[in-house]
Write a protein that binds this ligand. Structure first.
Ligand code: B4P
Length: 182
């Protein structure tokens, strides 16, 4: 978990290949569907372009399906999910059904201005409609309101692993590996 620009996608991809698990990024799945103009992509696009969250019922159904794929049977990294209280509840239900559990919730902590600078830099090449400064700032607000409180809920369960997300991607990656439960 972490605000937009914290390095979730960057670190989740590396970590998934390290542990040999599936990298499940809800943002990536939505963007692939938008590119292919699927029904799911058409449903998600206007929310994403505006920096709003895609409605829970759409996101939850997508993750529920994805978690039943073969590559997620042994291990998986969820990247960008859950982001709302409803998504936490749904994930609890999905994992109970699958007889699975979360080993940890990695929380990447990055200075707010650094987040904006990273995303503005990405905007130079990404072509993402949600990488304009106005939408980037709105996405930070949505995160603070909707998602930051989830860290307290997971904190109460004793599963949050807080990691300093400042510095190079390699440095942050090493900190994550060092902080993982053995
Ligand atoms: P995401 O795809 O999750 O986008 P994001 O929050 O911007 O994170 P991302 O993973 O891309 O960025 P990262 O921090 O790795 O979501 C996009 C949209 O999809 C949401 O706004 C929403 O509409 C929708 N969505 C997704 N999940 C949803 C859900 N569960 N419920 C509802 N809606 C959902 O990296 C950012 C940049 O920083 C990159 O350019 C990277 O190269 C750079 N970077 C990373 N680490 C760095 C470092 N250490 N130093 C310098 N730069 C670094």
């Amino acid at each position: 978990m972490g605000p937009p620009g914290a390095g979730k996608g960057t670190q989740a991809a590396t970590l998934a290949s390290l542990i040999g698990g599936a990298h499940i990024s809800t943002g990536d799945i939505f963007r692939a569907n938008v590119d292919q103009q699927t029904e799911l992509g058409q449903a998600a696009q206007r929310y994403m372009d505006a920096g709003e969250y895609v409605p829970d019922e759409i996101t939850n159904a997508m993750v529920k399906d994805r978690l039943t794929h073969d590559d997620a049977r042994e291990a998986f990294i969820l990247d960008g999910y859950p982001r709302t209280v409803d998504q936490v509840d749904t994930l609890d239900g999905i994992l109970a059904e699958l007889g699975s559990k979360l080993d940890g919730v990695i929380s990447l902590v990055v200075d707010p201005e650094e987040l904006i600078q990273r995303l503005l830099k990405r905007a130079e090449t990404s072509g993402r409609a949600d990488d304009t400064e106005e939408v980037i700032r709105h996405r930070q607000e949505v995160y603070t309101q909707e998602t930051a409180p989830l860290l307290e809920a997971y904190g109460n369960r004793g599963v949050v692993i807080e990691v300093d997300g400042m510095g190079s991607a390699d440095e942050v990656g090493q900190r994550i590996v060092d902080a993982l439960p053995r």
